[in-house]
Design a protein around this ligand. Structure first.
Ligand SMILES: [Zn+2]
Ligand SMILES: [Zn+2]
Length: 306
């Protein structure tokens, strides 16, 4: 019990610190803003999976869950100027599951309506271009009316430059180097995690994955490992559910093993799926069986710096 209490205190203080501290909103350094920490279930307290790596005052979005642009606006109101919606012009998709892409039309169109001029640079697996083409078709009349009607929107800001990528270094500028790596996510042919190197720090995000050695290799002592997790189940009550979760996702005990091998300075949980009679305390206990480093559970709009 003492260990659980300690974990809870650590989680609580870390969260409080992230919220209180006038987070590193300046133009320097690197930090993570959790825009949405949910999963497919429509939890009113958690938006769809999406986060921003902010490096040297520039935001790099990972995944576009439900609410992505409104959450960015909320972070902007709290003082993170990089997340002002018209400034959102680069994003990386881990995979094309709907919970990670329902906010893609939002990310394409809302910043444009708010006067983004540059096209969105969008990195993702095979299939990203087809998804974008279909979104543009679905909103073709809207695009036409906003450009040629009385709004006089630009003819460029709704456009998307798609980069369908393979594992390796996929992007580099003066602020960040972004390396994609393949993860194992059930029957998806391509699912990716990303490592961001910026300002001498390393932040790795797993995307959705069952235990994958590639996450261990990408982190390898990284500053922050952001990982999905589920807990509960596996008691034979739902064989189909058990088969799905073990093929597509990572249990808390498995995450403990992964983290023990990956040795992050901080493990951050997001996209937490509690199954049956389980809760965060139990999930953290299960991680603790193998991993003794610091662990926090991210909530929406948490800001965590390495
Ligand atoms: Zn997901
Ligand atoms: Zn998924």
């Amino acid at each position: 019990m003492a260990i659980v209490a300690l974990i809870c205190i650590f989680v609580a203080t870390r969260r409080a610190r992230a919220q209180e501290e006038k987070v590193p909103t300046s133009a320097h350094g690197v930090f993570v803003v959790f825009l949405g920490t949910g999963m497919p279930r429509p939890d009113p307290g958690r938006q769809g999976p999406s986060l921003a790596i902010v490096a040297n005052g520039k935001a790099y979005i990972v995944d576009a869950g439900v609410g992505v642009v409104r959450q960015a606006a909320a972070a902007y109101v709290r003082g993170i100027s990089a997340l002002q919606p018209p400034k959102l012009d680069i994003a990386f998709l881990t995979h094309l599951h709907s919970d990670h892409t329902l906010g893609l039309p939002d990310l394409i169109f809302t910043p444009w309506v708010m006067h983004r001029v540059a096209p969105l640079q969008l990195y993702g697996p095979s299939g990203t271009q087809a998804m974008v083409d279909n979104i543009e078709k679905a909103w073709a009349e809207d695009i036409d009316i906003r450009i040629h009607g009385l709004e006089h929107n630009t003819t460029s800001g709704h456009k998307v430059v798609v980069h369908e990528i393979q594992p390796g270094v996929v992007y580099q500028d003066a602020n960040v180097k972004v390396t994609a790596f393949a993860v194992l996510h059930g029957s998806w042919k391509e699912a990716l995690g990303y490592r961001f190197d910026a300002d001498g720090k390393s932040i790795v995000t797993s995307g959705d994955t069952r235990p994958s050695q590639s996450v261990v290799d990408a982190c390898n002592g990284c500053d922050i490992l952001i990982h999905e997790v589920y807990s509960g189940g596996g008691n034979g009550k739902s064989k189909a559910g058990d088969a799905y979760f073990s093929s597509f996702h990572t249990s808390a005990e498995e995450l403990g093993e992964i983290a023990a091998k990956a040795r992050p300075k901080l493990l951050v949980i997001t996209h937490y799926v509690p199954r049956q009679n389980t809760d965060q305390t139990k999930m953290l206990e299960e991680i603790r069986k193998k991993f003794s480093g610091p662990v926090v559970v991210a909530n929406d709009l948490d800001v965590i710096a390495p």
